[in-house]
Design a protein around this ligand. Sequence first.
Ligand SMILES: Cc1cc2nc3c(=O)[nH]c(=O)nc-3n(C[C@H](O)[C@H](O)[C@H](O)COP(=O)(O)O)c2cc1C
Length: 171
Amino acid sequence: MKDLKDWARALYPMHTYLITSKSTEETNIITVDWLTVISRKPGIVGVSIAPTRYSHRLIKESREFIVNVPSTTLLEEVYKCGVLSGRDCNKFESLGLERAPSRKLKTEIVKNCVAFLECRVIDSRAYGDHTLFVGEVVTSYATASFTRSYKPIFHIKGSMFSTTADTLTTL
Ligand SMILES: Cc1cc2nc3c(=O)[nH]c(=O)nc-3n(C[C@H](O)[C@H](O)[C@H](O)COP(=O)(O)O)c2cc1C
């Protein structure tokens, strides 16, 4: 056996999402891979965000975030949301993304996405170099294209991405 240079690579590919969060003025967008389901009923998810990210401060202060699920049509924008910071630019404007009010929170959604989970933070805790924000899903909804033509974004490594095969195996 060979030692792994980066142990986390063994867990890839990962499903990539956009998380929106709000400052007192505007909604920011961050790209994340490290998101997991914690409970189905009630719906609870966990997302791991480094304290160096602008989004970290916004989620900590507003105690809410939204999981926006992108399809591969948004791949370039999703990658760019993961390299630009909301400290330096407004990602909606810089990337031509459309915002819309959410149903229950102050944070807006990325309208170009296909499914949405609005979450209120019920717990947060620093683990190593990231903070795990635990959110209760207060409402969730999806567009018609989520059922018709959704292709998830899978992160392979660096700037390499993939999606589901056109023919899927059902056992
Ligand atoms: C595909 C991809 C996945 C990422 N996943 C995470 C993640 O799970 N957690 C995290 O803290 N940062 C993650 N990042 C890095 C942030 O998206 C990046 O630092 C971003 O610029 C932070 O934006 P902000 O400063 O506006 O919050 C990821 C970046 C990419 C490209």
